[in-house]
Design a protein. Structure first.
Length: 116
């Protein structure tokens, strides 16, 4: 069993920054990658960014490239999402996820709201 807990969400004005954190606990020894998804009201959950455990493979959805940065601290079992130049369309609940040999796990989500 894997538990993921996100933090760092909040309300920010357009152009501002937030840093999301996610800490993993439990049976995490076979983690393959970790990442972030988001879900805006009335929309489906969408991929935002992912990073391999080694850090050698990093991917972003096109709409956040150049603004968001994902990173991982394996020693602390944490993954981060630095979000800069935030836009109102970035408003969503952001979910941390982990892919391991046993399947995918999700956190409970953290709300990010960007005001115009």
């Amino acid at each position: 069993q894997v538990q993921l807990v996100e933090s760092g969400g909040g309300l920010v004005q357009a152009g501002g920054s937030l840093r999301l954190s996610c800490v993993a606990s439990g049976r995490i020894f076979n983690t393959v990658r970790m990442g972030w998804f988001r879900q805006a009201p009335g929309k489906e959950r969408e991929f935002v960014a992912r990073i391999s455990r080694s850090g050698g493979i990093i991917e972003y959805t096109d709409s956040v490239k150049g603004r968001f940065t994902i990173s991982m601290d394996n020693a602390k079992n944490k993954v981060y999402l630095q979000m800069n130049s935030l836009k109102p369309e970035d408003t969503a609940v952001y979910y941390c996820n982990r892919d391991g040999l046993g399947g995918r796990s999700w956190g409970q989500g953290t709300q990010v709201t960007v005001s115009p």
